[in-house]
Design a protein around this ligand. Structure first.
Ligand SMILES: Cc1cc2nc3c(=O)[nH]c(=O)nc-3n(C[C@H](O)[C@H](O)[C@H](O)COP(=O)(O)OP(=O)(O)OC[C@H]3O[C@@H](n4cnc5c(N)ncnc54)[C@H](O)[C@@H]3O)c2cc1C
Length: 381
């Protein structure tokens, strides 16, 4: 189904901004590990920080299809930037929208959706990744405060964010048989709270414009008012945010694959071997035809999942399928794009070398490909 005029207008606006301000800088940001604060403000001004947040909460008042369109465009310019924006939208804003009280929405969601603040999401721990209910970070109630202690791993924007949604255990894991899942609660934690510490910054394969931090909570005191919903709801809250998050990662995968494909297609029409542009060698043209088909197939899966979500229908399976297919497709397509460049694909003169590195993590974060298969498998049972 073609995009509506409104969605196309959003696409055109974000594409123009990305082509002007992001794509020309992506290689330098990668080299210098530069966090693109100014360009993120520009994206926020276009409504990219709270795309599906209603206008009354200072969001753009659009939908998940618009979010998919926007994240594809940003990722086509720079993968790291798209990850920062993706996390701010989902799970951060989507969780506050679904679970925050009116006061919490006013204090945190509105500035996050406007882009006055940047959000992070702290679920993963050094020993709890795919198994989210294994988190051990603790939140102990002391009067009208909670005291957080523990370590969170791989936190996107952990250094640059102003506020984080943090999952922590309010009941000991082994306090009774069911406390594993029900003992986790969700907190809104300002990153300038005493005891929020950036313990280390990860050295990543790609996405160097996005910081990924290990966060240590050392007697971090959080007012009771920052508890989201009720104690024990944390895992449900975290998982609810990941559905939209998977739509975001699928969109990022498609954006990066598209950028690699566009570069390879243009190159194939310029590069001459055996007296003709390599595009005219059927093996090269077939490879490009296959890449274009794969990208379009992933986009259709993604838009289907986003439309279901916008219609208020269950889409856990469809979002998982879109994320699984798009992220695995993107690795294949980016690798094929590199191959099209020959030796020049392997060096940093052309963008494909960076995109190949940037895209790989899409098969890992917001649930690995194996985890997506578990979710899809469960839906088939
Ligand atoms: C750049 C980056 C940014 C990230 N950003 C965030 C963030 O902002 N917030 C956050 O909370 N987390 C974030 N993550 C963490 C990410 O979500 C986890 O890395 C991911 O969920 C996998 O967890 P793990 O690394 O502990 O791997 P593990 O869970 O240890 O998995 C290791 C391997 O075992 C497989 N495996 C595990 N269990 C099963 C099973 N039951 N069946 C089959 N295979 C299985 C996995 O698929 C994987 O291949 C980020 C990670 C990266 C790399």
């Amino acid at each position: 189904m073609p995009l509506s005029e409104d969605h196309r207008a959003v696409q055109d606006t974000v594409r123009a901004y990305v082509q002007d301000k992001i794509s020309p800088n992506a290689a330098r940001w990668d080299r210098e590990h530069h966090f693109p604060a100014a360009e993120l403000k520009g994206l926020a001004a276009l409504g990219c920080y709270g795309v599906a947040v209603p206008n009354e909460w200072d969001g753009a008042g659009l939908d998940y299809l618009a979010l998919a369109v926007i994240l594809e465009e940003i990722a086509a310019g720079d993968g790291g930037t798209s990850t920062i924006v993706s996390v701010n939208n989902c799970p951060v804003c989507s969780i506050l929208m679904a679970w925050g009280s009116a006061a919490q929405k006013e204090q945190w969601l509105m500035p996050l959706a406007r882009g006055d603040l940047l959000g992070a999401f702290c679920l993963t721990e050094p020993h709890a990744g795919s198994q989210a209910d294994a988190v051990t970070t603790s939140a102990v109630k002391r009067g009208d405060e909670y005291l957080l202690n523990g370590v969170k791993q791989f936190v996107t924007s952990g250094k640059n964010a102003n506020v984080a949604i943090v999952m922590a255990r309010t009941a000991a894991k082994d306090s009774d048989k069911s406390a594993g899942k029900r003992g986790i609660s969700a907190f809104i934690v300002p990153t300038d709270a005493p005891g929020y510490q950036v313990a280390r910054l990860e050295h990543k394969l790609g996405q160097h414009s996005s910081d990924t931090a290990q966060i240590r909570f050392d007697n971090c005191r959080i007012p009771q008012a920052n508890l989201l919903a009720d104690e024990g709801m944390g895992l449900k809250i975290a998982l609810s945010g990941l559905e939209g998050g998977r739509i975001g990662i699928a969109a990022q995968s498609i954006g990066m694959a598209r950028a690699a494909f566009d570069a390879a297609l243009a190159y194939s029409k310029e590069r001459v071997a055996f007296a003709k542009p390599i595009f005219e060698h059927q093996a090269v043209q077939f490879r490009l035809a296959e890449m274009a088909t794969q990208i379009e197939a992933a986009r259709q899966l993604l838009h289907h999942a986003a439309r279901l979500k916008d219609a208020g229908q269950p889409c856990l399976k469809e979002a998982a399928m879109a994320k699984l297919f798009a992220s695995e497709m993107a690795e294949r397509v980016c690798s094929a794009a590199l191959q099209t460049f020959g030796g020049y694909g392997y060096v940093s003169d052309f963008p494909v070398e960076r995109i190949v590195r940037d895209v790989r993590v899409c098969q890992i974060y917001e649930g690995t490909s194996d985890v997506q298969k578990i979710l899809i498998g469960r839906a088939l049972a």
